[in-house]
Design a protein around this ligand. Structure first.
Ligand code: PEP
Length: 250
């Protein structure tokens, strides 16, 4: 059985004052029925990891560089994230693919760097609205999956997040059938590439406008093992509502 995962992506939001939300979450969920992860901006990773030390909430980064160190002004290495207290890192988020031109091979190199530092990689995939309307969703997801995920992964080191670009931060959510189709496709591709045991152990999260009000129905879809949550992870109360729904589905 795959343990469900609720992951929060704070994006470029939050200062020291926001750590109160993370602490409220940890206090409300001392023994959650699923894994919990918060990915704050890089400036908060160390402080959040210290604040949540000993709690059930893990801390992750939102990106890392593919190289271990060197002349890369403004970037953060996987080792630095781990040193700051992160156990996970989000890679290939559509905002990074769009804003920073990250290709599948960039994401793959970053994922290799993360895995070599012992971080759990949360690799994001997702089609644009144009791609969906052109009937290319599965082709795009298949290409991203193949290109972004390196060999040698396992259910313990890799999490996939399916995040339709057009659903992120928009309030628009695919139908349950559309979510199920893509999650089943990703599962089949993982099993074909990595074998049934590994392919069935990797968790596949849905992301894109998940809220307390729509979480339960999304978590009822086959091969949805949790959520990657943006806006609704910023406030402990909203995120707890989503976690409650995930625990009920577990
Ligand atoms: C995200 O940033 O990964 C995301 C899914 O955002 P939101 O939940 O705000 O749509």
């Amino acid at each position: 059985m795959r343990r469900k995962l609720a992951a929060g992506n704070w994006k470029m939001n939050g200062t020291g004052a926001s750590l109160a939300e993370a602490e409220a979450l940890a206090k409300a969920k001392p023994e959650p029925g699923c894994d919990l992860l918060l990915c704050p901006p890089a400036t908060l990773v160390h402080r959040m990891a210290q604040a949540l030390d000993g709690s059930a909430v893990a801390v992750g980064g939102q990106d890392c560089h593919a190289k271990a160190s060197g002349a890369h002004t403004g970037d953060t290495s996987a080792e630095m994230l781990r040193d700051a207290g992160a156990s996970h890192v989000i890679l290939g988020h559509s905002e990074r693919r769009a804003d920073h031109g990250e290709s599948d091979s960039d994401v793959r190199a970053k994922t290799e760097a993360a895995l070599s530092e012992g971080l759990i990689a949360v690799v994001c995939l997702g089609e644009t609205l144009d791609e969906r309307e052109a009937g290319k969703t599965l082709e795009v997801i298949g290409t991203q999956l193949e290109g972004s995920v390196p060999d040698g992964v396992s259910g313990a080191t890799l999490v996939i997040a399916y995040e339709p670009v057009w659903a992120i931060g928009t309030g628009k959510v695919p139908t349950l059938e559309q979510i199920g189709e893509v999650h089943d496709f990703i599962r089949a591709r993982l099993e074909a590439r990595f074998g049934a045991e590994t392919g069935s152990a990797v968790r596949i999260l849905y992301g894109g406008s998940v809220k307390p009000g729509n979480a339960a129905e999304i978590f009822g879809v086959s091969n949805v093992d949790g959520a990657l949550v943006g806006g609704a992870s910023l406030k402990a109360g909203d995120f707890i509502g989503i976690i409650d729904a995930l625990e009920a589905a577990a």
